[in-house]
Design a binder for this molecule. Sequence first.
Ligand code: SAM
Length: 280
Amino acid sequence: MLNYTEALHDGYAQSFRVDRLVHYEKTAHQELAIFDNASFGRVLALDGVIQLTERDHHVYHEMIVHTPVFGHGEVRDVLIVGGGDGGALREALRHPDIRVTVVEIDAQVVETARRHLSMICGAAFDDPRVQIVIDDGTAFVARTDRSFDVILIDSTDPVGPAKALFSPEFYAACRRRLRPGGALVTQNGVPLFQGEQLRASMIALRRIFRYATCYLAAVPTYTGGPIALGFATDDPGRLGEPEALAARVAASRLEFRYYSAAVHLGAFALPPAVLRLLEP
Ligand code: SAM
């Protein structure tokens, strides 16, 4: 029986039994594998790194989307950079007034998600409120004159094409594309293993925005403890004032598996070891 072993961290690995190989290819950008596993259902891996599983993707996708959207309260336009699996897109579209632009560098991720990850993306790619752009996120953000209320960097880890998505220049370009009150959310890895990466992003974000912090979400297959999502804005009021936030979430009548107003607020409570990573 074949195993798929992710060795993202030095001296430590997580391994999945491949009960069925659904799809494998080398795209122009990366190695793409989709397989089924008895415990986690369908799994997507890129360049040997687990991106999502059917069983726990909701934690990441709910937290990357609904935290900034409910915190802001008046979001109309969302930009997702990366995110070609469609999971964050699908969550964003649950808000009826939101339009979404997805900029994904690898057309094959979108194509394969449509074919093999319908349990993650549903029919999100066919929604008339969606624009899909196949391009490097840095190129798109540099050339577009459009502006957004929320920008989500739903990227792979900072190697290969995703590296530039963690640069100060890119963060500054994103800030220029945010409307007043807008927020940028970044995928920043697991602090226990990727603390230096989080620190570098936080230093950059704090120089560029008036306010930057991170919040945490426990995604079992991002091993090593909770993952950090960077949150940067020029208007810290958009983090979510408790009573207004709870009222907004209740008024949406949306149901979640992980996200709630209480989880949203609690996610910004950072353990001292993570807080220290945010200090210059
Ligand atoms: N939830 C995932 C995680 O944190 O592991 C991220 C998933 S999503 C599949 C990441 C996507 O970012 C990939 O499909 C990859 O092709 C895309 N990506 C990487 N670099 C990019 C870039 N420079 N511009 C746009 N998309 C990029």
